[in-house]
Design a protein around this ligand. Structure first.
Ligand code: DGL
Length: 264
């Protein structure tokens, strides 16, 4: 197959990366997309770096085996543990995520920023390096969003558990005056309507899905491998978990994403 018509491979620990895939669909409508949710191994946030590397390598093999011309690591946690290794092993454009500390520093007015991410991400060398590079002049309050990934994996975006967890994580940030919130996990944009209810306009909410999609567009254009055909590309979805549950949850989240293709 002509490389330009080959698909873009996208993976996450589970369904969270669909929050990035919607931006890719939006900004690169002609591309064929292959998405893998590693739901049998989610959440990654409580796994060791070695385990996350092993899973990321397996998923990259799977996607390149299905002809992917570029890879998107639609998972902050996998990026922190495995992006460098994937780049060593695979000679194709690889676009990965990082919590939006830099944009948050540019956005905050009072210099107080909240970062909600997985505990593995917050403990990573990548996060420490981000704080070291951009966070010297601001106060950063971090919180591990324990339990939130599991809720999204079940398709629970606004139930009582989600509301209680988010109140517990965000209220202390609000009390300490944070005016900007970084969503440092790709599952969290699906919780944005509840997050907005909790923060009630007191924090600007920053997510990196749109920036990752535009970086991907640039990379594949620069490499001369962007889809050349007119019309919409196709999206295919795979999971390492239960196909029935994945079908139900992914269809719901993908439909949600069509409602909120860009800004939410
Ligand atoms: N969605 C992922 C992230 O962006 C991983 C969450 C998890 O599996 O713990 O970090």
């Amino acid at each position: 197959m002509d490389m330009n018509e080959s698909p873009i491979g996208v993976f996450d620990s589970g369904v969270g990366g669909l929050s990035v895939l919607r931006h890719i669909r939006n900004q690169l409508p002609h591309e064929n997309l292959l998405y893998v949710a590693d739901s049998a191994y989610a959440p990654y946030g409580s796994r060791s770096s070695e385990e996350i590397q092993e899973r990321s390598l397996a998923l990259a093999e799977f996607l390149t085996g299905h002809g992917a011309k570029a890879l998107v690591v639609a998972c902050n946690t996998a990026t922190a543990s495995a992006a460098a290794l994937l780049r060593k092993r695979h000679d194709l454009p690889i676009v990965a995520m990082e919590p939006a500390v830099k944009p948050a520093v540019e956005t905050t007015r009072n210099g107080i920023i909240g970062v909600l991410a997985t505990s593995s991400m917050l403990k990573s060398a990548q996060f420490a390096a981000l704080v070291e590079s951009y966070g010297k002049e601001v106060h950063i309050i971090t919180r591990a969003g324990i339990g939130l990934v599991e809720c999204v994996e079940r398709g629970d975006l606004d139930g009582d558990e989600v509301k209680t967890l988010l109140h517990g994580y965000l209220t202390p940030m609000l009390e300490q005056g944070a005016d900007t919130l970084v969503l440092g996990c790709t599952h969290y944009p699906f919780l944005r309507p509840v997050i907005e209810q909790v923060v009630c306009g007191r924090m600007s909410i920053i997510d990196t899905g749109a920036a990752v999609a535009s970086h991907l567009r640039q990379r594949i254009e620069d490499a001369g491998i962007a889809a050349a055909r007119p019309g919409h590309g196709e999206a295919s979805f795979w999971t390492s978990g239960s196909a029935d549950q994945a079908h139900e949850v992914m269809s719901r989240l993908w439909a949600w994403s069509s409602h909120y293709p860009g800004d939410v």
